[in-house]
Structures are given as C-alpha cells and as structure tokens.
Ligand binder design. Sequence first.
Ligand code: SAM
Length: 302
Amino acid sequence: MTAVTPLVHSPSHIGDFTIRDVIEGQTAGQLIAAADDWGWWVTLLGGDTTAPTTGIQHTVAEGLVRGWEPTFRQLSDSPHLEFIPAATEPGEVARGCTDIARRRPEIFEAIGHAIAAGTPGTTIDLGCADAGRVLALAGIAASERFLGVDIEDGVIEAARTEVAERGLADRITLLAGSVQPESDPPAWLAAVDRQRVTTAMSFFLLHQLASDGDGIAAVLRGWMTWFPNLTRLVIGDGYLLEAPYWTQQPWFSPTYEIYHAVTGVRLWTRQEYERAFAELGWTVRRRLEDHTMLVTTILERG
Ligand SMILES: C[S@@+](CC[C@H](N)C(=O)[O-])C[C@H]1O[C@@H](n2cnc3c(N)ncnc32)[C@H](O)[C@@H]1O
C-alpha cells in the first residue's frame, strides 16, 4: 500500500479539535493498512472471510469487524447523499450484542427475578437476534414462556436450532418478521396468543425504530396495542449522552459516532425515553447501567 499523507501534522490543536479527536482514526488507519498488506481486503471485499491465526491477527480482525462494515462499505459510492441506509452483518451484530449482555449477568438476574416474581405469562423479546437473552432468562424464570421476534430469518433459523437442541422448544418460540409498528399489523402477530403477553422487552433496537418511525412513544404505543395485557416493559438501549465533543462521552468511539451520523439513525437522551414512558403510563421500577453503553430500565403499570 502506498503511504498516505497524514491529514493532521504536528500541531496538537487545530481549531476546536485536539489530537485525541483523531487518534482512533489514525489507529484504525494502521489496522486497515496492515490488513491490506496481508491481502485481507481482497478476500473480504470478494465476499470471503479471513482466518486469523496469531494473536496479532485476531486483534486486527476484531478492530476491523464490528458488524457495521456493510454500512461503511457504502460510503465510497455515496458522497452525494445525505444519508446511507444502516446495514449490518446480522450474525456478527447478534454475537456482539449477546457478548455485551453476558458481561453483566446481574442485569439478567434482575430482569429474570422481576419476571419470575409475577404471575407466569409470556415474555416477548422484540428484535431478539440470536435469542441469547431469551435463553438466559428462560433459565431464571422457569415458569414463563418466551417469544422472540427478529427481522433476520437466518439468525432466527440458527437460534431455533439451538433452542431445540437445548430442549426448550416447548417454552421458547422464535418468529421472523418486523417489530416496527406500521398501519397494518405484521404477519407474525397472527401466530401469537397476544392476550398472554404480559412482559415486552427490547434491547438495542428502540432507538432505531424510533428514528425510522415517529419517535419512542409511537413505537411503544404500537407494541401496547399489539399486546393489550402488558404489565411490564424492559427497555435496554444506548442513551445519547450530552457532551460538547464525542471524546467526552464515556463510550467514546468515532466509529459509533460516524455510524449514526451517516445513517441518520439517532440516539435518544434519557429524558426523551423517560418522557415517553411517563406519557404512556409506565413507572420506572429499576434502572441498571452497563457503564452507560446499555441502560436497561424495568417499567411496570397497572
Ligand atoms: C443491535 S441488535 C440487538 C440484538 C438483541 N436485541 C440484543 O441486544 O442482544 C438489533 C437487532 O434488531 C433486529 N432488527 C432490526 N430491525 C428490526 C425490525 N424492524 N424488526 C425486528 N427486528 C429488527 C436486527 O436484526 C438485530 O438482530
């Protein structure tokens, strides 16, 4: 690869930017150059996967693959557009999210115990990905039935196989389809006993549905119409933290910032979530924070 002229030379301050604002970009540049020198881009852009063997190769692979690559791949052809569609690698995102969840087992336990303490019913996970959370909760709330819905058929298919292998197919049902409330109900809803659903959960998805639709309250209102007997909501999402520069946010990552800026998918503040919860009659019972990357709120009503 030919040398790239650095955009930022010696001064440590340019306007309001400090060198810290661009350091991750520089580091990412080195990873990209190394991958190119190793021939990885020819493989990856040809649609194949690489097989890292050494520790160094694994580190570079992790730095490059975050599941958002299909979004960033559209950038070169889209300089004239305001936004490009959010596109993710479904299996990679599912695994990444489940890993984030596994880091904090006590959050699962709090949700599982809240579910187990009430009358047994059905808990739905809206945007369940590989059903990692459903499987973990099924082990804690042993009398509850679970339903998981995700738009990615392939991810649901693989998760269904796992549920069957674990002998949980009688308590866990997984369906493929969209959970975005639209004027017509989605087809998968016809296969569900809607009256039995008393807990609705959704993790890392509400911000996107609210961006594509009419905001947080509109999405929640749609779910409340689908499931009239809901008494508990469990919402996990990344909150927009207000700071003058993204480097001042605790989860500072230019990739995260740029992904949202180019797709138009927005993050929402805690106040925006709480205003929507209150507007719809929900009371916050517990808030559990995973170093502010994922804020999980358990809400109840009635
Ligand atoms: C960031 S992942 C979160 C996965 C999972 N909830 C978790 O936290 O482990 C978002 C998930 O929502 C799914 N998804 C995106 N749009 C959807 C839609 N309209 N309806 C249902 N699922 C959707 C994606 O396929 C993906 O699995």
